[in-house]
Write a protein that binds this ligand. Structure first.
Ligand SMILES: C[S@@+](CC[C@H](N)C(=O)[O-])C[C@H]1O[C@@H](n2cnc3c(N)ncnc32)[C@H](O)[C@@H]1O
Length: 382
């Protein structure tokens, strides 16, 4: 939301809509007011109301000035249905005019294609006469000046069309980056040529009819004012001509606005693509991580298996050695036992040895004793 300072410094009116892509006709309100002041009227007809931003202000004006507001739209939105004082016609402009619909001032912002706009102008001429025409038309600038759109292509199909394509400031063809268009309506595949677009319909109407004046302002997708010459007061003419003086500046502002909208949309497309790429990469990373985890798990299992096998074989070796040693010892003992059993003389030998050992012990004791007497004598002599 804009700060109060910005609103104040820019002198923004209460009907300003703070959005990236302004498409509502209410933005032309100061021009509407001058036309309403100068042209005698009782009924104002808005063809194409969408969310009712313009309708609300028109209703306020009509209530304050005791005028009648007629709204024509085949698909009335909730905010429009909630309007208290407007006469609502939920139908196409073709049906409205066929049913004898009539007004003094027309705000034409419905289905922006050649045949519809041409039909609307012809119907108004038929209803009001060439001296009673006051039409404020939207989208007479780029991109719908020379390219049809179709809200209901089955009804008024003329050209080949596409949905969800991008228009581009640098080219007349569609592009994969540029303006977001064609989500709720179809667009003619071709740009320009005969019977294509809103401005072409106005041009053809003006060519075949006289006594009319046309003013065109290149701002906010373009506003066209088509008015019977006899209804133009000097004051209104001067007012509209003065705005026309600002035409080049308004065109520059519009080009800059369109450039920013296109740039913004292109960045959004890039951002969406990058987000998609990042998501894909994240998925791949997760897959790789999972694969990696499984490989590591397998490696751990095989490492554990290796160390268990190593330990087992070490133990096996130790056991084998111990078994061999015990076997050797047991062999040795059993051999010794066999020898003792078989050789009785060996026992005698052992006894003899013991006697011998005893004998040597006695002589050792004797030696120790005599050495003790000798040491005692020496002491006495000394
Ligand atoms: C660009 S919007 C109108 C915006 C509106 N005038 C504003 O200033 O906010 C176009 C509207 O025209 C309506 N529309 C489409 N085809 C139509 C037709 N054949 N006759 C009348 N209105 C039509 C659509 O339903 C849509 O609400």
């Amino acid at each position: 939301m804009l700060s109060n300072e910005v609103i104040e410094e820019l002198g923004l009116p209460k009907y300003f809509i703070d959005t990236y892509n302004l498409t509502e006709m209410v933005t032309f309100w100061p021009i509407f007011v001058q036309v309403f002041k100068q042209v005698p009227h009782q009924i104002i007809c808005e063809v194409g109301a969408n969310l009712g931003y313009t309708s609300k202000l028109l209703e306020e004006y009509c209530v304050d000035n005791e005028r009648t507001l007629v709204i024509v739209d085949p698909l009335l939105s909730e905010p429009v249905k909630e309007l208290e004082y407007a006469q609502l016609h939920e139908k196409t402009s073709l049906d409205f005019f066929s049913d004898g619909g009539k007004a003094d001032i027309y705000i034409l912002d419905g289905d922006h294609n050649y045949s519809t706009v041409k039909m609307e102008l012809d119907s108004i001429k038929f209803a009001n006469g060439l001296d009673g025409m006051v039409c404020l038309l939207h989208d007479v600038g780029w991109p719908w000046a020379r390219r049809d759109i179709y809200y209901n292509p089955n009804e008024n199909y003329i050209r080949d069309y596409s949905y969800n394509k991008s228009l581009h400031l640098e080219t007349n063809g569609f592009s994969d980056r540029g303006f977001p268009n064609g989500t709720t309506y179809a667009m003619a595949d071709e740009y320009g040529g005969a019977c294509n677009g809103v401005q072409t319909a106005i041009d053809d109407f003006l060519k075949s009819n006289s006594g009319l004046k046309y003013y065109k302002f290149p701002s906010l997708y373009g506003l066209g004012i088509l008015i019977s010459e006899n209804l133009i007061t000097e004051e209104l003419n001067q007012f509209l001509n003065n705005i026309m003086i600002l035409g080049p500046m308004l065109g520059i502002l519009e080009a800059n606005r369109l450039r920013l909208i296109q740039g913004l949309h292109e960045h959004q497309i890039d951002l969406t693509k990058n987000i998609f790429k990042v998501n894909e990469l994240e998925k791949q990373i997760k897959k790789k991580e999972e694969e990696d985890r499984l490989v590591r798990e397998k490696l751990l299992i095989s490492n554990a298996e290796t160390s268990i096998l190593e330990e087992l074989s070490a133990r096996q070796l130790k056991n084998d050695n111990e078994i061999n040693r015990l076997l050797e010892e047991s062999k040795f003992r059993s051999k010794r036992i066999d020898e003792l059993i078989e050789d009785d003389s060996l026992k005698n030998m052992e006894i003899l040895n013991l006697t011998e050992i005893n004998g040597s012990l006695v002589s050792q004791i004797d030696r120790i004793k005599s050495s003790f007497l000798g040491r005692l004598l020496l002491r006495i002599i000394r």
